[in-house]
Each structure stands twice: as structure tokens, then as C-alpha cells.
Design a protein around this ligand. Structure first.
Ligand SMILES: *Cc1c(COP(=O)(O)O)cnc(C)c1O
Length: 372
């Protein structure tokens, strides 16, 4: 039976060895591995500071707190993302304000940001969906004009480049996830990067109950326990070393798909603007000018052949009651269309060449027999 999963974590000898070393050291928390990870993560993305956090959602909560988001503030973001993006805004007592996406990049549409800005807007939380950076130059220009902060949700874009910068260094503060399915992972985990000493220090306090840096058991305010263990850090350090290879593999796999699917006019492959790179956390295609039944049949067809696919994301976030606010469906024509069309294919680095060939053939057969 062929079974090709959508994602697969890389767990090699080195990860296992490093975990055992931490176990043998008996220092499982607040030890040296976490510090080493922070140092290496900073140098990977070229940011001055970095903090290891216990997951990506906590990283977003911490980052928003660190830049000063609080009760009554509004934060602009995309509705076409994982729910954690918007939930982190609620966690700060602020209000998520959704803006429609760009049809080609699937990221927030800079043209529609300004009309969503009010007196209460404090920040724009930008997601680099599927691993493709959003249009930061244009977003930064809008943010400067209106005195807004930019927070980068880089959960899916580790290693991606925008012009001469790397994801993690594209905003005032950036957040990563090291969840098991992400490009690099530690089971659960997260990272924050920033060039601001002030944000770094605030985030560091927040991660550890607001405890005074020099005075144990004295607290400067509300904080949480958002610390990463040294076991997680040990895994993440090995993964970080693998990152160039992981990215290259994902990009190679994507190239094979895109080259083989280019002739099917109604099947749209990922678009990469020339000024940035895509790290393919997901390789997502979409069926244009087709009824949603085509996508369902496509997924069933691949599933029968043992090829796993998924839809990221089937429901825009403004449809969920706790996030709706005053969102009107008419304001999201692109999101409304794309949620019905997208489907993600296996792209992970452990895919064998024969498996990709097999998937490509399956897609071509389906496409030809459906006149796509
Ligand atoms: C995975 C993810 C998160 C949350 O990360 P966790 O580590 O699962 O908490 C946030 N935003 C986006 C876009 C993600 O893909």
C-alpha cells in the first residue's frame, strides 16, 4: 500500500543523540541549550536578539505584548491563516481587524490595509503564508505613514528571503513556530526575533512570570510560563543545522511540481515575486474557474492512490464567532474565492523522487481527464 503523508518530521540520529545528551546532563530546563539556540537562531536570520518560547502561539502573544498591544487596541491581520495568528491578538485584549488577501501571493493585500486603519490601530500582524514573505516594503511604508508597528508571523517562513533580508528580520518583531509539521521543528516550540533591546527585554520578562531579572521572586507585572525546555532546544539546534538542506529540498520538489503542472491552465501553481524566495512550508495549488466539486474529486482521487492532501485553510477566520467583530463578507472577495480553491500537496524533504513522479502523474491524469 502506498502512503505518502502530507508532512513528515526529520528525526535523525543527531536529534536523538542530542536529546540523550541533555537527559544525561540532568539540566532539562533553563540550561545552556536554550541560550545556544537563541544565539544561533539570531545569526541565522540576522537579528540582534532572539528568545526561545514553548510554542508559536505563545511567541505571538509575547511579541504583541512586548510591542505594547493591549486592551482596546486594534491589530490588522489576514483572515487566511491559522487561527493562532488572530487568537494571539485576543490574548492581549486587543481586536483583530481583518483585511482581504492578494490573489497571487495569498498574503495580506497592501492596497486594502489603509482603509482598515482607525484611531485605535496599533499594529499590522503580517503572515508569510505557506512560506512566501508578504510585500514588506509596501507594508512598511503604510506603517510608517500611520505610525504603526509591524509584527511578523513567520511560523511558516523560516529561511525565506525578502530582498536582502531573511524572515525574522522583516518587521519590528518576528515569531516562529517549531511545531512538529513546520519546516524546522522541536515537537512544540517557538522563537521570537527582534533588533529592539526594549522589546527583547519586555518579552523576556513576559516569558517568565514578569520576574525581575536581578531579583528572584520579585515581579514587575503579569507574565506567563512560556519557556522552552533544553530538550526542545537540543532538537531545534540540529534542525537549524539542517535548514539549508531542508529549504533546498522543498524548493527542488516545488520546481518539479510547478514545471510539470504549468500546462494545465485552470490549475494555478504558486507565484513567487522576483524580489523574494518561497520556502514551501506548503506547496499549494488552486483550481481556478472550477466548481468546488472539482477539488473534492481531486482530493478523493489522490487519497485513493495513497497521496495525502489538505486544505489550508478551509474557513476564513472572520467566520468564527469569537473573531468576527464587524467583518462583512463583501469585504473579502479574494479570501471567499480562494478558500474554495486551494489544496496543498506533499512537499516535505523526505519525499523520494519516485514518490514525486507518482504524485505528478496522478495529478496529470486527473487534470487531463477533467480538461483542466
Ligand atoms: C503553526 C502556526 C502558528 C502557531 O504555532 P504553534 O507552534 O502551533 O503554536 C501561528 N501562525 C501560523 C501562520 C502557523 O502556521
Amino acid at each position: 500500500m502506498i502512503n505518502i503523508p502530507l508532512s513528515k518530521p526529520i528525526i535523525g540520529k543527531e536529534e536523538k543523540h542530542e536529546v540523550m545528551k541533555v537527559m544525561d546532563s540532568a539540566i532539562l530546563a533553563q540550561g545552556r541549550k536554550v541560550l545556544e539556540l537563541e544565539k544561533k537562531f539570531s545569526s541565522m536570520c540576522g537579528s540582534k536578539y532572539s528568545l526561545a518560547i514553548n510554542n508559536g502561539t505563545a511567541a505571538l502573544h509575547t511579541a504583541l505584548y512586548a510591542v505594547g498591544i493591549g486592551v482596546g487596541d486594534e491589530v490588522i491581520t489576514t483572515p487566511f491563516t491559522f487561527v493562532a495568528t488572530a487568537n494571539s491578538i485576543l490574548m492581549c485584549g486587543a481586536k483583530p481587524v481583518f483585511v482581504d488577501i492578494d490573489e497571487k501571493t495569498y498574503n495580506i493585500d497592501p492596497d486594502k490595509i489603509e482603509q482598515a486603519i482607525t484611531k485605535k490601530t496599533k499594529a499590522i500582524l503580517v503572515v508569510n503564508l505557506y512560506g512566501l514573505p508578504a510585500d514588506y516594503d509596501r507594508i512598511v511604508r503604510i506603517a510608517r505613514k500611520h505610525n504603526l508597528l509591524i509584527v511578523e508571523d513567520a511560523a511558516q517562513s523560516v529561511g525565506a528571503k525578502y530582498k536582502n533580508k531573511i524572515s525574522g528580520n522583516l518587521a519590528d518583531i518576528s515569531c516562529f513556530s517549531l511545531y512538529a509539521t513546520k519546516n524546522i521543528m522541536s515537537g512544540e516550540g517557538g522563537m521570537i526575533t527582534t533588533n529592539s533591546k526594549k522589546y527583547y527585554e519586555k518579552a523576556k520578562l513576559f516569558r517568565h512570570h514578569g520576574q525581575d531579572q536581578n531579583k528572584r521572586y520579585y515581579y514587575s507585572g503579569l507574565g506567563y510560563n512560556y519557556r522552552m525546555t533544553d530538550i526542545q532546544a537540543a532538537i531545534a539546534l540540529v534542525q537549524l543545522k539542517r535548514l539549508p538542506w531542508i529549504t533546498e529540498k522543498r524548493q527542488q520538489n516545488a520546481k518539479i511540481y510547478s514545471n510539470s503542472l504549468v500546462k494545465h491552465n485552470n490549475l494555478i501553481t504558486p507565484y513567487i515575486p522576483p524580489d523574494r524566495t518561497h520556502v514551501y512550508h506548503q506547496y499549494t495549488i488552486r483550481f481556478d474557474n472550477q466548481s468546488p466539486i472539482t477539488r473534492k474529486r481531486f482530493r478523493d482521487y489522490l487519497n485513493k492512490l495513497g497521496i495525502q492532501t489538505n486544505i489550508y485553510y478551509p474557513v476564513p477566520l472572520y467566520k468564527f464567532r469569537h473573531l468576527t467583530n464587524n467583518a462583512k463578507i463583501e469585504d473579502f472577495p479574494v479570501t471567499e474565492k480562494l478558500v474554495k480553491q486551494v489544496v496543498s500537496l506533499p512537499i516535505h524533504p523526505l519525499l523520494k523522487k519516485e514518490e514525486i513522479t507518482y504524485i505528478v502523474k496522478a495529478i496529470q491524469t486527473f487534470s487531463s481527464s477533467n480538461n483542466l
